[in-house]
Write a new protein. Structure first.
Length: 250
């Protein structure tokens, strides 16, 4: 490609004369002398155009990511608790601590935690690697390798953009719900959350929240029982701090 200039980058004059050219690979750059300020310069190479990320439909987000989302079952001697987990690129599963913590304390040490995908009958046992009760995060390691999953994105979503929650609603299998980011930073009990309107329910806890570009930006944790559409997800900053701590200690 031939690159030419229309004005002097030093003084801005359009009175410029081409004096030579230089070949860089397959690109030809014309060199100039400015007749106004006597500067010599080479035609600049245009900056690369970075394409904006593409907004995705719910069907595409589900197809691309549902394979990384697992049904989680905490099985106690007398109680079962259903939730959701996200397979990370480390091979571990991220979920909410309250799935285990909601069992009676007397049952927690005897409980087993299982993971399965909706289209498979086989369940995989999980071991607790680390947890943070205050931030409601729990890292689980499958006793059988499940492969690599995805990484939580550091992108902060814009308030008002679409979002999508994928999870094990009511313990009936993996499904997707659409909403908007109602507030990209909402403080509750001293902690920061993403507030969103997708109509999640029991069983979605621990499941991923995706932005409109299909990036996992948070983990669903709770919703207000007295208000429709006021649901909350743990954001990437809190999640990555927890995962970094767990990796150092593990």
């Amino acid at each position: 490609m031939r690159y030419e200039a229309k004005f002097c980058p030093v003084c801005g004059s359009t009175e410029i004369d081409p004096i030579s050219s230089t070949l860089h690979g397959e690109d030809l750059f014309v060199e100039y002398k400015c007749l106004a300020c006597d500067s010599f310069f080479e035609a600049p190479k245009p900056k690369a155009v970075v394409s904006a990320p593409r907004v995705l439909a719910a069907v595409d987000i589900f197809k691309a990511n549902s394979g990384f989302v697992y049904e989680i079952i905490c099985v106690g001697p007398h109680h079962d608790v259903f939730g959701t987990g996200l397979l990370l690129n480390s091979g571990d599963i991220l979920s909410n601590y309250h799935l285990l913590g909601s069992l009676p304390e007397s049952e927690r040490n005897e409980a087993t935690i299982e993971a399965k995908q909706s289209n498979l009958k086989e369940t995989v046992l999980l071991d607790v690697i680390d947890f943070d009760e205050k931030r409601d995060l729990m890292l689980l390691r499958p006793q059988k390798e499940l492969g690599k999953g995805i990484q939580i994105s550091n992108r902060m979503p814009d308030t008002g953009e679409k979002c999508f929650a994928i999870g094990n609603s009511k313990g009936q299998g993996i499904s997707i719900f659409e909403g908007i980011v109602s507030a990209n930073k909402r403080k509750v009990n001293g902690l920061d959350y993403i507030m969103f309107s997708a109509p999640v329910t029991n069983g979605n806890s621990g499941g991923p929240l995706f932005d409109e570009f299909g990036l996992p930006i948070g983990i669903v944790t709770f919703g207000r029982e007295d208000a429709v559409g006021m649901n909350y997800a743990i954001g990437s900053q809190t999640i990555n701090a927890f995962l970094n701590k767990a990796s150092r200690e593990g």
